[in-house]
Design a protein around this ligand. Structure first.
Ligand code: GLP
Length: 248
């Protein structure tokens, strides 16, 4: 695992954006696996800036997002489709038809999930998968469990995730209780994974994911088995890993 140790959120965001930009320059029609949450917001800002400066084009880029809340329409301001539109897609030259976010309103989740995986497989898997990490170690919405789930699936959100994400909603009761998430098959099938983290509240999850036991109780720990992971994190998020003696 290659680790970039950055001083703060802005430096982390900029570094992560350089990794994504590098992928796009190298492979203009790459399939990007994209993530939502507060972690990648700054990264998307840099990518939008560089697009506006003419340094980058998304014209041939294709994207698949990790997850979406069940029950939220694409135009709901807390849906992940809305997040992607307002943080990235609406500001760059990506072709709308080339972007995919799980459909939170699907009436047939099983068929939808199977189709999502079939699409990713048919594309030869994701070229670069961007990931944040939950405080409980979740990636996408793969929550701590007694097993890893391979396929895209409907997840019951952990109470701790509902608590963590309540800050984005009017009240905790408004947070959806389920989500559709890519499974570990698609994530681990990616040719390269870019894991990002910022802040003290991610220090424990990063330490467990990077150097703890490989266990579905910390879903991010499966990344230790991936041959090509880049971790971009700030000092605060790396603090426990560094304190545990891992050289970064
Ligand atoms: C969310 C998302 C994840 C994200 C994580 C951390 O619930 N499903 O994809 O990485 O939790 O979010 P944040 O970056 O806001 O801390």
């Amino acid at each position: 695992m290659k680790i970039f140790r950055e001083k703060d959120y802005d430096a982390m965001s900029r570094r992560a954006a350089t990794v994504i930009a590098g992928e796009i320059v190298h492979n203009p029609s790459c399939l990007l696996g994209l993530a939502t949450g507060s972690t990648p917001e700054g990264t998307y800002k840099y990518l939008v800036d560089w697009y506006k400066q003419g340094l980058l084009s998304f014209q041939s880029v294709r994207s698949v997002n990790l997850d979406e809340y069940v029950g939220l329409a694409p135009d709901h301001d807390q849906s992940y489709r809305y997040f992607m539109q307002s943080n990235l897609f609406d500001h760059v030259d990506i072709v709308p038809e080339n972007t995919r976010v799980p459909d939170g309103l699907t009436k047939d989740a099983l068929a939808f999930c199977a189709g999502y995986d079939a699409y990713i497989r048919a594309q030869g898997y994701v070229d670069l998968q961007l990931l944040g990490i939950g405080r409980n170690g979740h990636i996408g919405f793969n929550e701590p469990d007694d097993h890893f789930v391979k396929e895209t699936h409907v997840v019951d959100l952990a109470e701790s995730t509902i608590d963590a994400n309540a800050r984005f909603f009017a009240s905790r009761d408004d947070v959806p209780k389920q989500a559709i998430s890519m499974g570990m098959g698609a994530i681990m099938g990616a040719k390269k994974v870019l894991l990002c983290a910022s802040g003290e509240d991610k220090a424990d999850a990063i330490c467990r994911a990077v150097s703890g036991a490989i266990t579905p109780q910390c879903p991010g720990s499966i990344l230790q088995l991936h041959p090509n992971v880049v971790l971009v994190a700030d000092e605060a998020a790396l603090s426990k890993l560094i304190a545990s003696g891992v050289k970064v």
